[in-house]
Design a protein around this ligand. Structure first.
Ligand code: NAD
Ligand code: UDP
Length: 315
């Protein structure tokens, strides 16, 4: 198959590109390098089954894509880390909303199946725990996270309206906190921050008292979930994430233990609207996709730490 992956130079996108090439597909990666890196797809540049298009999803897409024979579109292009998506919130909204609009138009013109990488952030600071897909969420529409949360909600709306109005095939994945190799050292999300800080011997920056929770999914599990959702017959939205929930303080302690670091923990103010707890209800993914994550947190961290060690030039 010929498959378009937007955001393919990013953390999750680059793993997805590798996986699809390994399955024998032809892959077109469209990315503007905003938070992604060439390094993540460097190994594929000489592969004739791989094509890189450097461009912004907000700009008109190359007309050649309409006649390229693409059968699937994985739409991942969007900054995902709070410091990155909040650095230029209006740009984030343009990317998420206008970018999704452009890619849905391409899906309609090509007849390709369209998968949206949505997020657990559509649930906001949830009042229901764990979060099932039929929970409508608790999002502050005017806070600093809204540029991401609300624009992903609107991207979902666009996808469903495009399906209703133009009968295209859509798939919507609600991705929960995912981590692993290929994240940037300066990504700013908690797993990469803690590992980098521990390896450098810097204090681990725990925001607030560290009692807030997240459920961390290793990237290979997540990519498997995306591929199964795309292949299957269920539109979604479907939660993809690892339901094992940890406090941020527990994560810090695991990172310290696994790196053997003597770093101390330093508490910093909790960012505004930071969700207090988050855990995916994955019953839908289990029953409809026969999918569930396999890599527990300590194993995923053990697979991720050597990557960061190498990136930091520590061996
Ligand atoms: P990432 O920042 O590593 O990757 C995003 C990619 O999109 C980068 O390569 C970036 O250069 C590209 N991009 C950004 N804006 C663009 C634009 N305007 N035009 C073209 N390319 C653009 O983030 P990630 O963690 O790999 O996330 C990928 C997708 O998954 C995002 O849509 C994100 O919202 C979603 N997601 C991720 C997580 C997670 O925990 N990693 C959780 C929920 C949802
Ligand atoms: N966090 C933290 N220290 C950091 C980065 C993040 O304590 O250096 C906390 C953050 O406040 C949040 C959790 O870790 O409660 C997850 O943050 P991340 O930015 O990774 O993802 P998100 O908030 O989008 O789930």
């Amino acid at each position: 198959m010929k498959i378009l992956v937007t955001g393919g130079m990013g953390f999750i996108g680059s793993h997805l590109v590798t996986r699809l090439l390994q399955e024998g597909h032809q892959v077109i990666c469209l990315d503007n390098g905003y938070t992604g890196r060439r390094l993540n797809i460097q190994i594929h540049l000489d592969n004739p089954a791989f094509q890189l298009i450097l461009q912004d999803v907000v700009d008109p897409l190359p007309a050649a894509l309409e006649h390229s024979g693409i059968q699937q579109i994985y739409h991942l292009a969007c900054p995902a880390s709070p410091p990155h998506y909040q650095a230029d919130p209006i740009r984030t909204i343009r990317t998420s909303v206008w970018g999704t609009y452009n890619l849905l138009q391409l899906a309609q013109k090509t007849g390709a199946r369209f998968l949206l990488a949505s997020t657990s952030e559509v649930y906001g600071d949830p009042l229901v725990h764990p979060q099932p897909e039929d929970y409508w969420g608790h999002v502050n529409p005017i806070g600093p996270r809204a540029c991401y949360d609300e624009s992903k909600r609107l991207a979902e709306t666009l996808a469903f309206d495009w399906q209703r109005q133009h009968s295209i095939e859509i798939r919507v994945a609600r991705i929960f906190n995912t981590y692993g190799p290929a994240m940037r050292e300066d990504d700013g999300r908690v797993v990469s921050n803690f590992i980098v800080q521990a390896l450098r011997g810097d204090p681990l920056t725990v925001y607030g008292d560290g009692s807030q929770t997240r459920s961390f999914c290793y990237v290979s599990d997540l990519v498997e979930g995306l591929v199964q959702l795309m292949k299957g017959s269920h539109t979604g939205p479907i939660n993809l994430g690892n339901p094992n929930e940890f406090t941020i303080l527990e994560l810090a302690q695991q990172v310290l233990a696994l790196t053997g670091s003597a770093s101390v923990i330093a508490h910093h103010p909790l960012p505004e609207d930071d969700p207090k707890q988050r855990q995916p209800d994955i019953r839908k993914a289990r029953t409809l996709l026969a999918w569930e994550p396999r890599v527990p947190l300590h194993e995923g961290l053990q697979l991720t730490i050597p990557y960061f060690r190498q990136r930091l030039g520590l061996g």
